[in-house]
Design a protein. Structure first.
Length: 703
């Protein structure tokens, strides 16, 4: 049990030499949302470990987060406010006081917003999941921008297509409980390298495997997870919907169906049945680039669960929805459990995200009422390159004049980064970045404001991989002059003249507010986590949170928008082999030791990854005279990226894997894989299409 003195929410971390443990939560963009214990002695965090009392964490952290003290005490940690003194992008700054920085920032924002009723829309917040915390993520910051009347940000860059596909089919980001995967007899791991990005789910999958379950991985890349499964289906990027339709074809033609479940708990089955019957295994195999027998075998395995009433479970992750048809593909995969009645079992169904199961008091935290009738435009974060370069117009409104970036590194992570860089380099764009390190984005800031890490502030968390709420306590005092995001926005609000009492709410009050009475805050204080009360088999008798209460194969909501109400395979914008100039498909999965662009500068993790790499199949490399270790040019019409090639069994023919997301400044030519990705958006949700990308690869003669 953590030291009793740490149970008082108003207490500060112990400063004597007696080691004590402080309860916390991992803040990063991962479905596991681990409960952490930080050991502190003499005011210094000396160890971060998983909380053994939390069942989902079970005492284990991933390699990345177990190095959190290395990140917190990194010699390049930003500890003081900085003001730009050199050209944009040159990374030249001088130290200034908080007073001077905040006063100048407030003056600039006041000047912009005072020009007229819509003028504040020239100010844009840009944030995402640098922390998943409800407080340091978008608590006080949302209040600030609502009061200001700034443009709203559509936060799409990770999960928008899949989230919308799931919502249109199941009614929300809901699914089976992750712990019950341990009881499944068949597990399809679809578009997920669980060992690297969902480690604690993998623990449950391993229990099932030891008990005789069959594990099948569906992924273009032979990932570390695929290595450990019984089978791997290496389909082409963006063809998951075609595979799902062919599975339905086989389930129908062999009558591996739960007719009672389909009759009582689904909507639109006759229409979906007719569409699926158009997708024979041969047709889908031609699209997916696999053998038709692989599809038949997969359908036999899945259908056998219907016949034997054995639980079959599907774990989807977000990689497979980052293509043109990503939303429809998730709709099709999420429909599969209803065909065989898998939802009847607590160990059956599908899980992509559990986030809609959390009763977060979003309006209380973010206070949209502060808009006071204003209706600002909403800009999509995935097209930030285009948005920053767009001039003022009647349709668009004012050009973006000020950008406040927090919890994100868009210059590295946003698609088509040449345009992103061009936008950030505008001399007339006033940019403020809240950060821990001088990232690619921070190099373009006018002011960098030092933010606290998870070890230094309060926060409360939900999860998209399990159903426990978690609390994070500050384990140590903020280093240097770093401040929590919440405090930075409080102080900016004061300098802007915002007098509403909500801007005085402290972080503990915000933490209490996040769930209201729906979660016992005393339980969070005492244990660090609280388990939501959710049904074991939530959809055994339907009761989906859709308008009809059924699994909606046909969505009247989409049809009302003029879209196809029925899910279908939607081909990639850049379909495989459609261009003789760019004959290779490129996906850019995260390197195992990085999480998006976080942890890239942690020396021990960087040493493990060595350098930016492009995995190539031996056939594709030989055709281009490329050997492992060669510097290659990866290019298309959007740009060029230079890195080392690695001839690897993990790449399938016709597909190269550009492991990311390295900071641009650490690349051979100051770029990364997002120099090549496009700003095209997904079919549903307006998400990015990172894995819908054709390239050519050539040996770099200059090297």
């Amino acid at each position: 049990m953590p030291h009793s003195k740490s149970m008082n929410p108003s207490s500060s971390p112990l400063s004597d030499a007696t080691p004590t443990q402080v309860l916390g939560a991992c803040p990063h963009d991962c479905p596991d949302t681990c409960s952490m214990l930080t050991t502190v002695a003499g005011g210094i965090a000396i160890k971060v470990q998983g909380n053994p009392a939390h069942p989902h964490t079970d005492g284990a952290l991933c390699t990345k987060v177990s190095r959190y003290t290395e990140r917190t005490y990194h010699p390049e940690r930003l500890l003081h406010p900085l003001k730009r003194v050199g050209p944009k992008g040159a990374g030249q700054f001088e130290r200034v006081s908080w007073d001077d920085a905040l006063q100048d920032i407030a003056t600039r924002l006041k000047t912009i917003s005072s020009r007229g009723p819509q003028a504040a829309q020239a100010i844009l917040p840009y944030s995402y999941a640098g922390t998943m915390g409800l407080i340091q993520g978008d608590g006080m910051s949302a209040r600030f921008f609502h009061k200001l009347g700034a443009s709203l940000l559509d936060r799409t860059i990770c999960a928008a297509a899949g989230g919308e596909g799931l919502t249109q089919t199941l009614g929300g980001k809901v699914g089976m409980r992750v712990e019950f995967f341990a009881e499944a007899q068949l597990i399809l791991i679809w578009g997920s390298n669980s060992i690297a990005s969902n480690l604690h789910f993998w623990r449950y999958a391993q229990v099932a495997k030891r008990n005789g379950a069959k594990l099948i991985c569906i992924d273009p890349r032979l990932s570390e997870t695929a290595d450990k499964c019984h089978e791997h289906i290496a389909l082409l990027p963006g063809t998951d919907g075609a595979l799902a339709l062919a599975l339905m074809h086989e389930l129908i033609t062999h009558d591996w169906l739960d007719h009672d479940y389909l009759t009582h708990y689904t909507l639109g089955w006759d229409l979906l049945r007719e569409r699926a019957l158009q997708w024979s295994p041969e047709r889908a195999a031609g699209v997916c680039g696999i053998n038709p027998e692989q599809i038949r075998a997969l359908a036999r395995d899945y259908g056998a669960c219907a016949a034997s009433r054995a639980p079959a479970a599907i774990r989807i992750n977000y990689g497979m929805q980052r293509v043109h048809g990503g939303g429809n593909a998730v709709r099709l995969i999420a429909s599969l459990p209803a065909l065989i009645g898998a939802w009847r079992h607590r160990a059956g169904g599908v899980l992509l995200s559990s986030s809609s199961m959390f009763p977060v008091k979003k309006a209380a935290l973010q206070r949209p009422d502060l808009l006071a009738g204003k209706t600002p435009r909403t800009l999509n974060m995935s097209t930030i390159g285009d948005e920053l370069l767009r001039p003022a117009s009647t349709a668009f409104g004012p050009a973006i004049e000020a950008l406040i970036v927090y919890n994100s590194n868009p210059v590295a992570v946003a698609p088509e980064s040449a345009k992103v860089v061009q936008g950030f380099a505008r001399e007339d764009l006033f940019t403020v970045v809240l950060e821990h390190f001088q990232t690619d984005t921070a190099d373009y800031a006018d002011y960098i404001l030092p933010a606290t890490t998870q070890l230094e502030h309060w926060d409360v968390h939900s999860s998209y991989g399990h159903t426990d709420a978690l609390l994070n306590r500050p384990a140590i005092a903020p280093l240097g002059e770093a401040k929590p995001n919440t405090q930075i926005f409080r102080e900016l609000a004061a300098r802007m003249g915002f007098t509403e009492p909500c801007f005085a709410d402290d972080d503990v009050a915000l933490c209490r507010m996040a769930y209201g009475d729906a979660v016992d805050f005393d339980e969070l204080l005492h244990h660090g986590f609280a388990t939501l009360k959710t049904p074991e088999a939530p959809f055994a008798q339907g009761k989906f949170p859709t308008p009809s209460g059924k699994c909606e194969f046909f969505s009247a909501r989409l049809a009302a928008q003029g879209l196809d109400g029925l899910p279908d395979h939607v081909p990639n914008y850049e379909a495989f082999a459609s261009s003789p100039l760019y004959p290779l498909a490129m996906i850019s999965p995260p390197a195992r030791n990085f999480l998006n662009s976080t942890f890239v500068n942690v020396r021990s993790l960087q040493d493990s990854e060595r350098e930016p790499l492009l995995e190539m199949h031996a056939t594709d490399a030989a055709a281009r005279g490329i050997q492992s270790g060669d510097v290659v040019r990866v290019f298309n019409a959007r740009g060029e990226y230079r890195c080392k090639a690695e001839i690897s069994r993990r790449a399938r023919p016709g597909v190269v894997n550009g492991l990311g997301v390295w900071w641009r400044k650490l690349g051979l030519s100051g770029t990364n894989v997002n120099q090549l990705t496009s700003q095209n958006l997904t079919d549903l949700g307006g998400g990015p299409t990172f894995y819908d990308c054709l390239v050519q690869v050539m040996a770099d003669q200059a090297s």
